[in-house]
Design a protein around this ligand. Structure first.
Ligand code: NAG
Ligand code: NAG
Ligand code: NAG
Ligand code: NAG
Ligand code: NAG
Ligand code: NAG
Ligand code: NAG
Ligand code: NAG
Length: 343
């Protein structure tokens, strides 16, 4: 009972708050967005046991937890905004009253990967199955899909799971190759269903995540972490190039998150109108000690601390950018020549 009313209040807030993000109407000729991925793009598919539904997530927008792994918006919200549409409804809420399916659907689940990870939620294959089922129900037509974008954010949790299960980075390059091989097959499947453009996020500089830099008091990115990401991105680029060579027009576009993260982290105050993050690798929400994460409580006591102004940090928690961080990443991508290929 209590959970249910909480659910409706949250939905209503999301509806009001995330509605305001759409500014330009169908700015680039695309009308729908379908999202596959993890916490970087999930807008509420996980159940209430996930930390995205706990305090202090959502503290900036909508002011309470709303299933986003950030203090507010996540990356998919910004892509929807770029398209001039409302952020697509999460799969989990597709049957809610007042849920519009007009802008597409979000199939992303925080914690998931190309392969199965430490979180038992739908992997990429299952997410595409869910999408296919909506098409079988004729919720979206071929014409709809021909003016749609698919956004793909996966692989980060595959690495987390590999390291947790295996303990070392030995054999990691073989793992990268087999994972991207599967990712490539999945991308072809999305293409085969008729989606016009498929934007694939490459992997962020893993060595710069607060979970990696905490041991160094958030001073320097780890070069070994970043080289894993660089190798991943190299293999991904080749795979995507091959897929594009096979199709008549370039269906696949890589969004260079690696470059965009680094550029956003380096932003200087001298550039007017842009954000400057003072201690860029330090997250806003920090656990009080190892073994805890932002959002954890014990006997009702918070096991984390939150900074004074979440708008002033690039990272929100140990692995996720803040809303301000995502905005800076989005602006960096928008200004890079490569992302123009999406238009
Ligand atoms: C995805 O999940 C399904 C169901 O749990 C599982 O059968 C399948 O092997 C997984 N796919 C991959 C590529 O790991
Ligand atoms: C919530 O989701 C997690 C991960 O998918 C799952 O293990 C758990 O059983 C779910 N809990 C409820 C109450 O549905
Ligand atoms: C998709 O749209 C493009 C551009 O509007 C058009 O050239 C193409 O024929 C369409 N394809 C399908 C399958 O409708
Ligand atoms: C762990 O590393 C070993 C040695 O490189 C490799 O053979 C094995 O496949 C790895 N385990 C997993 C789960 O990938
Ligand atoms: C770490 O960062 C500090 C200050 O930013 C810098 O002086 C130092 O050279 C860096 N160390 C390494 C190993 O990169
Ligand atoms: C894709 O096609 C271009 C031009 O034909 C070619 O130079 C390139 O090697 C191809 N890439 C791959 C990965 O096959
Ligand atoms: C943080 O940013 C949001 C959105 O840009 C704004 O609405 C809010 O007032 C800001 N909060 C603070 C404390 O500056
Ligand atoms: C906020 C909002 O749009 N509410 C609408 C929900 O749906 C009912 C019935 O379809 C409308 O009457 C409300 O205006």
């Amino acid at each position: 009972m209590e959970k249910e009313s909480h659910f409706f209040i949250v939905c209503f807030c999301l509806f009001i708050c995330f509605k305001t993000i759409a500014t330009e109407a169908h700015a680039h000729g695309f009308t729908k967005l379908f999202v596959f991925g993890d916490s970087y793009v999930d807008t509420g598919n996980r159940n209430f046991s996930a930390r995205s539904w706990n305090q202090p997530y959502g503290i900036t927008l909508p002011g309470k937890p709303a299933g986003h792994y950030s203090n507010g918006r996540v990356f998919s919200d910004y892509i929807a905004s770029w398209m001039g549409i409302r952020s697509p409804t999460p799969y989990r809420w597709r049957k809610m009253e007042n849920t519009s399916l007009e802008y597409g659907m979000n199939f992303a689940f925080g914690g998931t990967g190309v392969f199965d990870t430490l979180v038992s939620a739908p992997n990429m294959t299952i997410q595409i199955d869910l999408f296919q089922r909506q098409l079988q129900k004729k919720l979206y037509t071929k014409v709809d899909l021909n003016s749609s974008i698919a956004l793909v954010s996966l692989a980060g949790n595959d690495y987390t799971a590999y390291l947790a299960r295996n303990g070392t980075t030995e054999g990691l390059s073989a793992f990268t190759k087999s994972m991207i091989k599967q990712l490539g097959l999945n991308l072809q499947r999305i293409q085969g269903l008729g989606v016009r453009k498929i934007a694939v996020m490459n992997i962020q500089p893993l060595g710069c995540l607060p979970s990696e830099t905490i041991s160094d008091l958030y001073k320097n990115c780890s070069t070994s972490g970043n080289s894993v990401a660089l190798f991943h991105n190299q293999v991904l680029e080749k795979t995507v190039e091959k897929l594009n060579n096979k199709s008549k027009e370039s269906v696949f576009v890589i969004l260079n998150m690696y470059k965009a993260f680094l550029s956003a982290l380096k932003k200087q105050a001298s550039q007017p109108g842009t954000l400057k993050f003072k201690d860029p690798l330090r997250p806003c929400c920090e656990a009080v000690s190892t073994g805890y994460k932002c959002g954890n409580t014990e006997h009702g006591k918070r096991m984390y601390v939150v900074c004074n102004n979440p708008n002033s940090t690039f990272f929100w928690d140990d692995v996720h950018p803040s809303q301000a961080g995502w905005r800076a990443v989005y602006l960096a991508l928008k200004s890079s020549a490569y992302s123009l290929a999406l238009m």
